[in-house]
Design a protein around this ligand. Structure first.
Ligand code: ACO
Length: 325
């Protein structure tokens, strides 16, 4: 089996509270808390990009694994806010941490980026091609949000989480489920800056270099997907719901998390919530939340962890993992 042998995360030091948002937008602490559960979020410093956050999380994960960067065979970064369109953030990270033996690529699949990256990394190890794979979710996603759009700007935060995958003797990844429906792509897009709509005066005027989101459509998709894909992955793993020790959903909105947990029948004391402190850090949200309960000493060997995410694409993904350490 393949499991996590090292974990690390990093959130920027700068805290932006709802009161700070009230100063720049027509919004209120009460609206943000009641509609999303967010109290504060972290913003990267102006000189920080996703690879900088990723490098700190990756270094912590390698330390935790007691491994050298030279031990890595492959780096996969799940991100929706790469440092630039190319080269990949994974290549920049490879150079930053000195992982000179590792191949590197980015994987863009919306907020489930780390779930997709982990699923992919495991296949490389199980096929026998590689031994040690670093999978990272890293975002400075706040820079993709329009500071004048109260419907998106208040919801997001920056962060990075990293895991070293390798063969394990106990537990490990038991089942995966990935899903995509590209016909729903228009729900959540960053329209400009790619080959369809390169930068121009029109793009600047329209502000289409920022994220556009149909919040209610994303909400409905997310609530449906959390329970549907979770049930599928549990069935694949042959693990009954009562045996799940930790439920780690993507942190997009507390109401989505609560209704997903309720629909599945998982109590909130088994559900990991970080959205109040970190907002939605997109592909980083699940590895950051996993690292949080790990560092707090809550994860025990044999614990069954259900991780589920949803986002732009539209995509969703779930992993059932047995903690091996
Ligand atoms: N402050 C005050 N009022 C606001 C704000 C704000 N920050 N944002 C929107 N409003 C207003 C709207 O303009 C609207 O006003 P109107 O009725 O006068 O038109 C009113 O509040 C209600 O807006 P709704 O969109 O209906 O509010 P809703 O209850 O749906 O909550 C929210 C909006 C929080 C965006 C919710 O739909 C949501 O969380 N959706 C999912 C978003 C999400 O998860 N996105 C990311 C997922 S994938 C990824 O992570 C990349």
């Amino acid at each position: 089996m393949v499991g996590i042998v090292g974990l690390g995360s990093y959130v920027p030091e700068h805290i932006v509270t709802n009161a700070d948002m009230e100063k720049i937008l027509d919004t209120s602490d009460g609206w943000i808390r009641s509609r999303s559960g967010i109290v504060e979020r972290r913003f990267a410093a102006s000189e920080q990009a996703s690879s900088d956050l990723a490098a700190i999380a990756a270094t912590r994960a390698l330390e935790d694994a007691a491994m050298s960067p030279l031990d890595l065979d492959l780096i996969i970064v799940g991100t929706n806010s790469p440092d630039m369109l190319y080269p990949s953030t994974a290549c920049l990270l490879q150079s930053r941490i000195g992982a000179t033996n590792a191949a590197a690529f980015d994987l863009q699949s919306g907020c489930p980026g780390w779930i997709y990256a982990t699923t992919t990394g495991v296949q490389y190890i199980q096929s026998g091609m590689y031994r040690n794979v670093l999978v990272v979710g890293a975002e400075v996603i706040t820079r993709m949000m329009d500071p004048t759009d109260r419907g998106t700007y208040v919801l997001f935060g920056d962060g990075a989480g990293a895991a070293v995958l390798s063969s394990v003797e106990h537990g490990g990844m038991k089942a995966f489920e990935l899903f995509a429906d590209g016909s729903l792509a228009q729900y959540l897009t960053l329209p400009a800056g790619g080959s369809r709509r390169p930068f121009s005066r029109d793009v600047l005027r329209e502000r289409s270099y920022y994220t556009k989101m149909d919040g209610q459509a994303v909400f409905r998709f997310s609530v449906r997907e959390i329970s549907r894909i979770s049930k599928k992955v549990l069935e694949k793993a042959g693990v009954p719901l009562e045996e799940v020790d930790w439920f780690i959903p993507h942190q997009a909105n507390l109401r989505i998390i609560q209704s997903g947990a309720q629909e599945l029948g998982i109590p909130m004391d088994k559900t990991v919530v970080t959205i109040d402190k970190y907002g939605n850090s997109s592909a980083a949200s699940i590895p950051v939340a996993l690292d949080k309960i790990y560092r707090e000493g809550k994860l025990k060997r044999g614990d069954k962890v259900l991780m589920v995410s949803f986002g732009a694409g539209m995509t969703s993904g779930a992993i059932l993992m047995e903690w091996s350490r």
